[in-house]
Design a protein around this ligand. Structure first.
Ligand SMILES: Cc1cc2nc3c(=O)[nH]c(=O)nc-3n(C[C@H](O)[C@H](O)[C@H](O)COP(=O)(O)O)c2cc1C
Length: 156
């Protein structure tokens, strides 16, 4: 049976968005991009420094409203970049709202090589079906595309 799926993601610099688009192309699942109410600075180094100060605080922020009935989907995929060894605050804030049905999700995590405790932090909110750790060097994808395609294939 073909799943009805939704890909929910946050992307600051475009890497996670690139993977979300790959998943959409291969599956035809819907895309839902989450955004913070107050945009982050466009200065990358400033962002890295600001967020370092808030590391381990499990910060919750305001995110823009979304109008989705999650029960309409039987496959939920969530994508986040790693920010200081955890999920990005946009994704944490979304999960904190707990408006997701308590069904297993699949997650993709883009990062520069240090996943830290991102997966464990997700598990505090939701049961996980599968996850993939996708490495970028800056904006260059380092994880082989084949590996990502194989993971996407199993979602269908
Ligand atoms: C604030 C901040 C903190 C980051 N912390 C980590 C980290 O702890 N480990 C890591 O591997 N990469 C870290 N990165 C790199 C990003 O996870 C990586 O570049 C990711 O692919 C960016 O995704 P995006 O382009 O969708 O925003 C950090 C980036 C930012 C902006």
């Amino acid at each position: 049976m073909q799943h009805k799926g939704i890909i929910i993601y946050y992307s600051y610099g475009g890497n996670t968005k690139q993977i979300a688009n790959m998943i959409k192309e291969q599956t035809n699942f819907e895309l839902l991009e989450l955004t913070p109410k107050v945009p982050y600075t466009t200065n990358y180094q400033q962002l890295v420094d600001d967020e370092e100060e808030k590391m381990n605080t499990k910060e919750i922020i305001e995110i823009n409203d979304i109008d989705i009935e999650f029960n309409d989907y039987d496959k939920i995929i969530i994508g986040t970049p790693v920010w200081w060894y955890s999920m990005s605050p946009v994704i944490r804030s979304f999960l904190e709202k707990k408006n997701l049905p308590n069904k297993k999700v699949d997650i993709f995590i883009t990062n520069g090589g240090w996943l830290g405790h991102t997966v464990e932090d997700f598990e505090e909110y939701l049961p996980i079906n599968s996850y993939i750790d996708i490495k970028f060097n800056g904006n260059d994808l380092e994880t082989p595309k084949e590996e990502i395609k194989n993971w996407i294939y199993k979602l269908q």
